[in-house]
Design a binder for this molecule. Sequence first.
Ligand code: SAH
Length: 490
Amino acid sequence: MNVVRSGWSARLVLVLLTITTTLSQATDLGFLLHKHPGRVQAFEQSFGTAHVFYPDADEARCTAALLLDVDPVKLVRTRGRGTPDFSLGQYVNDRPYAASSLLASAMANVFRTAMRGRCDLRPGLAETPIPLEVVLPALPCRGGPGQAERFFAPLGWDVSAVPVPLDPEFGEWGDSRYVTLTLTGTLRLADALNQLYVLLPVLDDAKHYWMAPDEVDKLIRAGEGWLATHPDRGTITRRYLANRRGLVRTALGRLADAEDATEEALDPAQVEEEPPTAEDGEDQPPSKEQPVSLAERRLQSVVQALRDENARRVIDLGCGSGKLLSHLAKDDFFSEISGTDVSHRALSHAWRRLRWDQPRRANDRVKDVFQGALTYADERFRDYEAAVLMEVIEHIDPPRLGAVERVVFGHAKPRVVVVTTPNSEHNVRYEGLAPGAMRHPDHRFEWTRAEFREWAGRVAAVHGYRVRHVPVGDDDPEVGAPTQMGVFTR
Ligand code: SAH
């Protein structure tokens, strides 16, 4: 069972996770993890010590193991101090050898840089999917092996989840709630680590009594690039946030905003699929308001603006995974639709969505969906009646924004430009968003209504456009609507 009792029974050494690659030059795993394959390294944690070592390290095959040496005394001392480990005392008593939350917090600590996808010595490799095998010998898994399959398979893993018998010597006691989980697949290491970080505690689904204020931020950050499009994102988000309704709604809203979760992610039915438990006391009662997500309302507002301006040939600049494109492609009003984005990853979602989502005849109106950068003038951006920049400008570094203005308003210069961006004044209405924090880790800025008006007015004046402003979402009397939209015409 990979449980080694060291000394007397109060101290436990647990092998909880191994990661293997068969990449050629497999020992490059050491660079990616920022941990040298030749050394055993120890990292102090609030609950004990995490060790990283490599049972296997040659050019053909390299395995890193994460081992936790849990000190029950330390663990109990953290109780009540408001640390994320607060609820973990139970692991010592109940199930010392399988501590998903301890593992997740140790991973975040020990593999922080790797989880961000940073590797200065092997930058290409950090971006590249590599062959991986991840083994968790004893993973608590509520919902049984099928649940592990449902969470991991859509992310591209081959999943083997074998129930662990309650007592290996007396198998007739039946299976425990633990599985031995083996994941095999070709993924970016950072994606694999972030998926484990989120999904291990989610599979455990142990009750947490305390949530750190930045828990939503952590989830959004770790979920980047995979959670918004995961078919079980509702369940994952709800379990990760211990069913705190306000936080769950905020997180799902931000996921839908940031990427391309479809509307059902915000469907209140999904959020409330599990009844609240006694521990949910501090939650607000379920609310039935906001049946339509902000992402959906934003999309509707953009489409309405295009219709109002009678713009039928449209290019979506920074189209992301193609939510607006696929919407426009279904609407007969629009005659020619193109999209561009700098991110190949986003585009591959868009291509897939357009191929899978559309009735055949609608595809005829999609002219081109191509990789491009808005900071460089590009002939392919020209000759449309309208350009849309939906939730894009806030992703541009401020020093590059002038280039984008010149490319869009000066060079492509369509008759209509529709720009949407968050209204930062509204952020105080998002529960779980720390004061001054932005809605998405990739945002370079978020503007107040006055800041957006000032920018829009200047750009319009310089390039010969008029601009009108439209609030998107409920227009709060104090802080305005969550999204602001400028419709530029000339
Ligand atoms: N418009 C989409 C996506 C918004 S996310 C939607 O509303 O759903 C912002 C998008 O802008 C990302 O897909 C990002 O890759 C893209 N982006 C950021 N900087 C860019 C640039 N310089 N050129 C082109 N696209 C860019």
